[in-house]
Design a protein around this ligand. Sequence first.
Ligand code: HMG
Length: 440
Amino acid sequence: MTAVGIDAIEIWTGKLALDLAETFAPAKDDNPEKYTKGLGLKASSFPDTYEDIVTMGANAAKRLMDRNGLEPDDIGRIDVATESAFDNSKPVSTYIAGCLEDVYDGDFHHANKGERKFACVAGTQSIDDAYNWIKAGRNRGRAALVIATDTALYARGDPGEATQGAGAVAMLVDENPSVVELSTHQGYGSADETDFLKPNQQFPSVDGKRSVQVYLARMREALEDFESVAGRTHPDDYAYIPFHTPFPGMVRKAALLGFRHMTRGTDIEDGLTDEIGRQPREADFEDWDAYEEAIREYMDALKETDTYDTWYGRTVDPTLTLSRQVGNWYTGSVHVARASALKTAAETGRALAGEKLLVGSYGSGAQAEIHSETVADGWREEVEALDIDEQLARRYDLSFEEYGRVHDAHNHEKERELEEFTVPSGEFVFTGWGRMNERT
Ligand code: HMG
């Protein structure tokens, strides 16, 4: 059976940064540690006023194509995953293809283009669509381009404001992939939820505290569903576990839940018994409240053990390095987490080919998806080619007052002349609806 998976990755961050400890917290009269320690974030990325989901997606895609020597004829499918779309008729992928056709010989007339929406999980769903298309033998030798691109904005003053972010991740899904091979081991947790929605509105209506609970509930269901296909899994089966990362503090909670679930009845639980006791079993409690309280106590104790701390530091913390500096990218977030983990492995000289990743995606509304992947032989070369560190270092640091103007500018005020904070160079820029040109 031919392996199918992610063959190439490219990341494009919005070119502006808002430092949460230095700039946001003082303006809000908050303790900076609420953001740096509580949420686990250092900064958010924002698009400059000449950037949007199309330009960020097209710029990521162009770098990916150039680096891999691809022409439009090599790509048979372009799917964009986004929850920031501005056109209710044609998909954002047509706008991105239009940009790319301006700079390549040839066009994408042969390519199937679409747009996937299910909040943040849509990026992973688009990868699935591409995988299925290739596995079904309908790709005629061509690869699929998947672009997860979002501008994650909340209303000013909303508790979610500290978790904003903007950027795009372009991924090539192909046969004999260089980065990761996808598997058929996959599980879902899905339910109709109303804690985070945007019915015909720019900013989400969010019940933030509930959204955290819904994320964890759906993730637990997805883990159980995953195990019904893949069999019992052990926390040490995986080199890294990238989760959807609205902010790193959310992943700290998800990782604890995953670890507890995977260790029940294992050698790890046995090893922890003297220190913190065995995990509570529902059957041992008369009512649900008492059972939940016992779980909370167990989790609090578990979090403090060296066993958990070491596992978390090795398997989960490296997935958060980029996210800490860019915030929530919605559809791109889990793919940034994967890239972050692989980048850490490359930087520390770790051998990863053949090792497994457990990837936990999530979208409000709500759906969690968990699948396993196997790292492929060419991962290191691909990850070392990323220039995300340079992009992060080049970002313009916004003052709080400038941040306010940028926030307004991206709130559908794009028709008027807007100040620019950085100078574009050899990239796609927004020049008015329907006209996106390359400026050098
Ligand atoms: P909040 O109410 O402002 O913050 O908003 P908080 O008071 O809950 O504090 C956050 C954490 O900081 C807490 O830690 C505090 O204890 C800690 P926790 O108890 O959770 O472990 N803290 C401090 N720590 C150290 N020093 C201090 C300090 N002060 C406080 N001085 C909330 C938090 C998540 C509600 C908010 O950011 C929000 O509404 N975010 C948007 C929604 C969201 O991201 N939800 C996550 C799950 S849903 C999801 O992931 C989907 C999503 O990506 C959308 C999609 O799928 O499309 C959002």
